[in-house]
Each structure stands twice: as C-alpha cells, then as structure tokens.
Design a binder for this molecule. Structure first.
Ligand code: ATP
Ligand code: MG
Length: 244
C-alpha cells in the first residue's frame, strides 16, 4: 500500500527514473550499509542523469541529422591532410562561444558531411540547439517561408539556433532570388551564431553557386571572417574498398 502511494507520488512529480530504481537501490543500500543521505543522493543523481540523457536525445532528434556519424569513427590516417588536432579542438565547441564558423571544402567522399555531423553531435551532447540542413532543403524552406510571409519568423528562429549546419552547398546552384535569401540568413547569423558549411566547390567558384558574384562575395566575406576553413584534397573514402 505504502509502496503504491510512493509510486504515485513519484509519478506525480515525474520522477520516473527514481520510481524505476528506488526499491532496488534501497535493497542495495541495505546490503552495502549506505547512509540515508547516500541513498537519497544516488536516487537524485540517477534522476538528473536520466534528465540530461533525455534532453540530449531530444536535441539530437531535433537537429535532423541524416545519419549519426561520430568523430571517434573518423579515420584521420586515411585523410592526412586534415588537421586532426584542430578538429579535436573544434570538438570542444570553444568556437561556438565566439560564433566562429567552420567550412569543409573538398571533393565527394572526403568526409565533409561526416565531420560536420560529428561536431554537430558533440554540440547536441553539450545540449546546444543544432539544425542540420542540406543547402537544397534550406533554400527551399527559405523560399517557402518568403512566399507565405513567414520569412522574418524563420530567419529569427535560425538566428536563435546555437549551431546551423549547411551541407552540400554547391551541388545545386541557387537562383538569384534564393541566393539573396541565403545571404539574408548568413548576414543575420554573422557574429551571432556559428555555421558549419560543407561544399564541393572551392571558394573561387562560389559565384557559380549563387549565380551572382557580388552576393557570393558578400556571403563568403561573412562566413570566412571568423572561421576555420578546411580544404580537404584527399581520396574518397567511398572508393576506398574499390581502390584496394
Ligand atoms: N576518414 C574517414 N574515416 C571514416 N569514415 C569516413 C572517412 N571519410 C569518409 N568516411 C565515410 O565515408 C562516407 C562518405 O563520407 P562523407 O559523406 O562525409 O563524404 P562527403 O565529403 O560529405 O562527400 P559528398 O561531397 O559526396 O557529400 C561516409 O559514410 C563517411 O562516414
Ligand atoms: Mg556530404
């Protein structure tokens, strides 16, 4: 009876983790002579850990990563041109405190998306708000928001995100109109929040992506100002097995 009531109270207080473990932990405490205080501490600690874990999972879901790729899975020996030390430093997320950007430029398969997602995951683990878009999805959403009169709202929301990842810039070129929307976004985030961009096109060719040299220069200027550009000229990991 008493136990059922305790269960109910814990449920009312949404202390689900404690509800799951308090009986087992009490047995454990009795067996190991834990003090009442230590017992309570263990319960509260487990509840806090479970809350953090749920928050991280939620943040990771909301980030819309296309796959989960971890830095620990990245084989730096396969891509020796990448400055591993710098990547590991960036994974501490210090760059986000200064709203700095990261640019991964290189041919298909060199690991741009993998690295972008890995750093994004580090950010969600630190409970930062992250959004992953392909450049195509992003420009489509910006264009749709403009048509329906929600552009200002969408730009505001994008400014409040802690880390914005824009993948595959350059595989499809933008129209002049969407290039302008893209510029507005980059301009709004400039010095306010970090952006990670991946592109297969070297900076000299960004005029082609945006169909407008002036807009491209203005976007690049803002992205590069406080940034870590990585020019990855290595082999494709996708072709690794084929080349063996
Ligand atoms: N150095 C690496 N170590 C481990 N896995 C890697 C490495 N480089 C790439 N991969 C893997 O190879 C595949 C292709 O990498 P990724 O998607 O990051 O390439 P990309 O540079 O984004 O290419 P694209 O320009 O075609 O989008 C992914 O499954 C990725 O996890
Ligand atoms: Mg990619």
């Amino acid at each position: 009876m008493e136990q059922t009531q305790t269960d109910n109270y814990l449920k009312m207080l949404s202390l689900h983790r404690i509800r799951e473990i308090y009986i087992k932990e009490a047995e454990n405490a009795a067996n190991t002579n834990l003090s009442y205080q230590e017992y309570l501490h263990r319960l509260v600690e487990q509840q806090v850990l479970s809350k953090i874990e749920r928050s991280i999972n939620r943040k990771t879901q909301l980030a819309c990563f296309p796959q989960i790729k971890r830095l620990e899975e990245f084989d730096f020996s396969f891509q020796p041109k990448i400055n591993e030390k710098l990547i590991r430093e960036l994974a501490t997320l210090e760059f986000m405190n200064d709203s700095k950007n990261i640019l991964f430029i290189g041919a298909p398969g060199v690991g741009k998306t993998h690295l972008a997602i890995s750093i994004g995951i580090k950010a969600t683990q630190a409970r930062k708000r992250v959004l992953f878009y392909t450049a195509e999805q992003l420009t489509q959403q910006l264009a749709a928001a403009e048509v329906s009169g929600r552009l200002a709202k969408m730009l505001d929301l994008m400014t409040r995100i802690d880390l914005l990842i824009i993948d595959e810039l350059g595989y499809l070129s933008l129209t002049r109109q969407t290039a302008k929307l893209f510029f507005q976004l980059i301009s709004k985030r400039y010095e306010r929040g970090s952006v990670i961009v991946t592109s297969n096109k070297p900076f000299e060719q960004w005029g082609e992506i945006f169909n407008d040299d002036v807009v491209a220069a203005a976007i690049l200027d803002r992205l590069l100002h406080h940034s870590y550009p990585f020019l990855i000229n290595g082999k494709s990991f996708r072709l690794k097995t084929i080349n063996k």
